[in-house]
Design a protein around this ligand. Structure first.
Ligand SMILES: [Zn+2]
Length: 161
């Protein structure tokens, strides 16, 4: 078994009026939000997939099927924590996370610190080991037209000493 492994995750959800906009577990005030079966937190979903990928355990849909009523409206923090427990059970610990949220509007820079802090808390990492970047899609494609939003994440894990 390797001393290090990496995982990658990507997620997208449609935007819908009247839905909450929750990113990294933080509710961003906005007249529209992300639509989906759970709380549709694209950032935590991408991180969950990156964690599952790092230990080659498939994807979020296998572990938390959207046909299962127990996950309806679920706080995505639970998905991340479950994926993290699988990483730990496989004999690894999380080293760091880098991520990108791609959303045309609203501007998210005022929420950067609180989103980063909350993601670090969920992952039980120091803030310096978590990075969240925000980008627009330059008004091009479904994200740029305000129809959807995306998130990407990569994680590094290492064998327990
Ligand atoms: Zn999702």
């Amino acid at each position: 078994m390797s001393a290090f492994r990496i995982g990658q995750g990507w997620d997208n959800h449609r935007l819908k009026e009247g839905r909450p906009l929750i990113l990294g577990g933080v509710t961003v005030p906005c007249e529209f939000g992300l639509d989906g079966h759970s709380d549709a937190d694209i950032l935590l979903h991408a991180i969950t997939d990156a964690l599952l990928g790092s230990v080659a355990l498939g994807d979020i849909g296998m572990h938390f099927p959207d046909t299962d009523p127990q996950w309806k409206g679920a706080a995505s923090e639970r998905f991340v924590q479950h994926a993290l427990s699988l990483v730990e059970r496989a004999g690894y610990r999380l080293v760091n996370v880098d991520s990108t949220v791609i959303l045309e509007r609203p501007k998210l820079k005022d929420y950067r610190a609180s989103i980063r802090e909350n993601v670090a808390r969920i992952l039980r990492l120091p803030g310096e080991d978590v990075n969240v970047k925000f980008k627009t899609s330059e008004r091009v494609g479904p994200v740029g037209e305000g129809l959807s939003a995306e998130a990407q994440a990569v994680v590094l894990i290492t064998r327990h000493a």
